[in-house]
Design a protein around this ligand. Structure first.
Ligand code: NAD
Ligand code: DAU
Length: 339
């Protein structure tokens, strides 16, 4: 296999971080460049196991900073770009939407321009099922790649906007792109502001778990390792210009997820506290992954095997999440929750 240079943006975050590890280990003949601004959601301690590998490189930069991004692309002449960097938390987009537009929309456009100038062979834009809006509770309905975009939160609106720019750069300039739209991920290094790691870390500390509304909203959970394998496949086999949905048919209500974690950890359901609902809270997400399955992808985790692996990982890696929840995160939690 020929040597390739791959730029991975957001590789200090949750999914990008897992993908960086996956690529560094799987492709020793690829040079992996992890570009990340190291916002509150990014940390490099997760890469201690690979940071001395010859094929791993880190660049601290803001994707929205054209004066840094353009010369970097000119110098390195990346073959592929896999773009994860984003503001990713829906609740934060409700209190501070501006940074979502800057990073997710303008940042993506800066990368697209730079990628176009050096004629990259592939630009993968990692997007989300949230761009499709919400489904009702009819279990026979799913998001397909043809579902119209109807984002409901500032976060999903910013992701949908970036998706449209990526599509336009393919249609107008012939940039070889793919867009992947994945359902909710979980697994190692998930930042504890999100439902699953928030629940695990709080239950382990015997603290109340905030459940929005009645807890009946449904998410379709996918283990992050299965997402990484999907992106690898799309990078190498995806047809230019195509969108691929990623999901493994693991629908659960939020209450089911929280109760599963509490039960696995042997704690009491009295830890559950129903709190004020998220404004614009999407009812249900569910992915039809047929198109990606036809390309050759199949998830390896069920929700049961994946959540067991994840809970064990949080038990084994307390120092990682404890350093997060004892820092700036505390202020965030106090402002966000009234419990
Ligand atoms: P995350 O919040 O854990 O990580 C985001 C990373 O991007 C962080 O390392 C952060 O430092 C970096 N970043 C933020 N702004 C930046 C900027 N201006 N320049 C450079 N780096 C910057 O996010 P995640 O959950 O790993 O999500 C990664 C991508 O996958 C996002 O694009 C998200 O929309 C998408 N996605 C996430 C999920 C999910 O369940 N988490 C599901 C589907 C799609
Ligand atoms: O569907 C993919 C999306 O999944 C990604 O695009 C986003 O980046 C990612 O953050 C995630 O979005 P969600 O809003 O679905 O994830 P979150 O973990 O914030 O919430 C999951 C569900 O749990 C949702 O219905 C809201 C609920 N929830 C969340 C939190 C943080 C609670 O009930 N209590 C909470 O404290």
């Amino acid at each position: 296999m020929t040597r390739k240079k791959i730029l991975i943006t957001g590789g200090a975050g949750f999914i990008g971080g897992n993908f960086v590890k996956y690529m560094v280990k799987k492709y020793p003949n690829y040079d992996i460049y992890n570009l990340d601004l190291l916002t509150y959601a990014g940390d490099l301690t997760k890469h201690r196991d690979i940071e001395t590998n010859e094929n791993y490189h880190f660049i601290k930069a803001d994707i929205a900073d054209r004066d840094t991004i353009n010369p970097l692309f000119e110098k390195e002449k990346f073959d592929y770009v896999v773009h994860f960097a984003a503001e990713s938390h829906v609740d934060r987009s409700i209190t501070e939407p501006g940074i979502f537009v800057k990073t997710n929309v303008l940042g993506t456009q800066v990368l697209l321009d730079a990628a176009k100038e050096i004629n990259v062979s592939k630009f993968i834009h990692v997007s989300t099922d949230e761009v499709y809006g919400e489904l009702d509770f009819d279990p026979t309905t799913f998001f397909t790649e043809e579902t119209p975009l109807q984002p409901n939160s500032p976060y999903s609106a910013s992701k949908a906007s970036s998706d449209l720019l990526v599509r336009a750069y393919h249609e107008t300039f012939g940039l070889p792109v793919n867009i992947t739209r994945c359902s909710n991920n979980y697994g190692p290094y998930h930042f504890p502001e999100k439902l699953i790691p928030l629940t695990i870390s709080r239950v382990l500390n015997d603290q109340k778990v905030p459940v929005y509304g009645d807890g009946k909203n449904i998410r379709d959970w996918l283990h992050v390792y299965d997402h990484c394998a999907a992106i690898d496949l799309v990078l190498h086999e995806g047809l230019n210009g195509e969108v691929y949905n990623v999901g493994g048919h693991n629908e659960r209500t939020n209450l089911e997820v929280v109760k599963t974690i509490i039960k696995t950890l042997g704690k009491s359901e009295d830890l559950i506290e129903f709190v004020k609902d998220r404004p614009g809270h999407d009812k249900r997400y569910a992915i039809d992954p047929t198109k990606l399955e036809k390309l050759g992808w199949k998830p390896t985790y069920t929700f049961e095997t994946g959540i067991a692996q994840t809970i064990q990982w949080y038990l084994d890696n307390k120092e990682w999440w404890e350093q997060i929840i004892s820092g700036e995160y505390r202020n965030y939690f106090e402002k966000q929750y009234d419990i």
